[in-house]
Design a protein around this ligand. Structure first.
Ligand code: GRF
Length: 217
């Protein structure tokens, strides 16, 4: 079976990229990474891709006169690499319709909250300030909003007494590393697909994870 070709976009550390790299090492995983793109030269994630033998592109947003021109370069890079699915993994740029429209239903993102709660940045700080007892992470299709778009997979993660942004962020991140490959697998296997702004799930179990108990992940 042909593997789904992933283009991963990063800006920094790249631990979610690493989780996809690790998943793709298994020959039974139905996807492979054909390109890693960073808007930040020297981002740690680029090194992870290089070490895994994945082609990388640095496309610094500062080199472009407008967001649209930058997005056109992103689009071209993925088209040229034969990408089927763009995976944003800590990519810290808002994208315009120039990038979003051609990839509608073929571009996903991971966010460290249970969307639609807490979009944007400083998520764990907001979760703690709000006194939430649960938080989590979400993989979603990307549309033109910020952290909006149909939900593909979620994991619920408890907030524990004494949590700081760091401890909570670390706990959520460990679940991000599980649901991102899980979501990509489901897309590659056709178990979830994008239709008219919605994610259509073909089968049970639904792609949600509570604690570590879901054997499907
Ligand atoms: C993750 O928390 C992700 O959900 C958010 O940015 C962070 C990126 O971390 N969008 P990393 O670069 O994948 O380690």
């Amino acid at each position: 079976m042909a593997r789904l070709k992933l283009g991963v976009q990063i800006s920094g550390r790249g631990s979610n990229l690493q989780s996809l790299i690790d998943a793709c090492r298994d020959p039974g995983f139905p996807a492979e990474i054909v390109l890693a793109v960073s808007n930040v030269p020297g981002a740690q994630g680029l090194k992870r891709a290089e070490e895994a033998g994945i082609p990388t592109r640095v496309i610094p947003h500062k080199d472009f006169p407008s967001r649209e021109a930058f997005d056109a370069a992103l689009n071209e890079a993925h088209q040229n690499a034969g990408v089927d699915l763009v995976c944003n993994a800590g990519f810290m740029r808002l994208m315009t319709p120039v990038m979003v429209r051609p990839w509608l239903g073929r571009m996903i993102n991971i966010h460290p909250s249970l969307l639609p709660a807490f979009p944007g940045i400083h998520v764990h700080r907001q979760v703690l300030a709000a006194g939430c007892l649960f938080t989590g992470c979400t993989v979603h299709y990307m549309d033109e909003g910020m952290d909006t778009g149909a939900i593909i997979a979620q994991a619920a993660v408890p907030v524990l007494p004494g949590d700081t942004e760091d401890t909570l962020g670390g706990r959520v991140l460990s679940f991000e590393h599980k649901i991102y490959p899980f979501a990509v697998r489901r897309i590659a296997e056709g178990k979830v697909r994008y239709m008219e702004g919605k994610a259509v799930h073909e089968d049970a179990p639904l792609p949600a994870l509570a604690g570590l108990a879901n054997p499907a992940v």
